[in-house]
Write a protein that binds this ligand. Sequence first.
Ligand code: NAP
Length: 495
Amino acid sequence: MSSPTSIPSQDGTPVTTWTTAARAAASARTAAPALAALSLPERASLLRGLSHALGENAAHLADVAVDETRLGVERLQGEIRRTQVQLEMFADVVEAGAFLDAVIDPADPAAQPAPRPDIRRMLVPLGPVAVFSASNFPFAFSVLGGDTASALAAGCPVVVKAHEGHPRLSDLTGELAADVLPPGALTVVHGREEGRSLVTDPAVRAVGFTGSTSGGRALFDLANSRPDPIPFYGELGSLNPVVVTPAACAARGADIVREYIASVTLSQGQMCTKPGLLFLPAGHGLEDDLRRGIAAARPASLLGPWISTAYRATLDDLAAHPAVRPLHLAEQPDDPRAGAPALLTTTAEDVRACPELLRECFGPASLVITYTTPQDLMETLRTLPGGLTATIQGQEPQDEDLVHRLTAALQAGRLIWNGWPTGVAVTAAMHHGGPWPATTSPLHTSVGSRAVARWMRPVAYQNVPEKLLPPPLRRANPWNVPQEVDGSGQPGGGR
Ligand code: NAP
């Protein structure tokens, strides 16, 4: 192992880094064939081992995370549990084998318009994956988070570019992982330049990124500028509009406002799913509830000075816009790392005229937009950028027609009915993604079992003798994985 060197973190504290991107990528390349060749139970047991290691060290890890991120200890303990559940879910996914998508079309000499050869198709690992972890989820979207868990499930080694908002925690988590995994299967590197080098390293075959739209775009462009462009899955920022219908506003406006403020201020608003826009009918009569509710939310420490600086600057810009009126804009605290919650308001017509109002303000702030008619609302929704989520607060049955029109107009990866977007369940059906600029690839999710598909590519085997085929494609099915045989359309037909 190389000698450690020191680099400064966001807050100036030196961070010890044990390896460079080039060395980490080379180790990952060496580790890749053996990792890909593990049996499914062996791969699953590595994922369970990682979950166990997190659980065993949860108390210490949570303490370090509190110190570095200033997120609450309960929230962080919950996040560790969620990260364990995620790892265990991918262990189950690996064991079940359906993620290999094994399809067998036997030869058919009588096929029309020409005889057909034996074709068998499955997914294979892409190779080493670079993962850029997020600042706001130091466990669930970090060193052992969903990108890493899904890449290991696919059989790909991972090099994590640590987020410098929690460098010590990243190293500690990486050390725990190194005790569980084969050498080279997971390495942590630090520093912006090392991150850029990873994206262009010939050994790296795909990138997962969770962070800002600007950072994601810069690295996406870098991945595409390689002589051999590679897939780049960026999960970026989102406005997460919430539309309240006139009927819902009349029936339960005060409750909606209370829940909205709780969602906006959850984890100090540092959620990619924070509701950044609330559409209310003009004359809603809820301004006092909105003001009182947000004024009761205390200013709190944000993840780091780089977040609070950006939060204050974006909020100041929005509040100074001639089309915007503050509903509640408290003075920012003296502590430069803290952010005071805020609500601003404008009209749907002004949003159409001033698209610069449609900006993510990462932190505890949101924009209330009033609309006059369903047409005013629809026209404005059509101008919104793609999002991770969109929410409708409506009433049944009176809103049915309106809701059909709303769901057609809203461009988001997840549509929520009478709920709130913060909180992303880790399930097979979850989709945490969406059209640009929410992500760089609207086809994929970074949460839930389908996230594994990002790190695999299909290979079709034509007329390959049974004993030379990978086990999942053999008719004897020694791994007992689901196989779709002869166009049955039934994954699981082989079981
Ligand atoms: P960030 O500033 O984009 O940083 C993320 C990572 O990208 C860091 O490792 C950073 O490296 C690196 N990076 C940023 N710009 C770069 C560039 N130009 N070249 C090379 N590397 C670059 O994001 P953040 O401040 O941590 O997080 C806040 C943002 O993340 C918000 O917009 C939020 O909505 C979004 N987010 C999205 C999701 C999601 O699932 N979609 C989840 C969480 C957060 P250094 O730290 O070394 O500079």
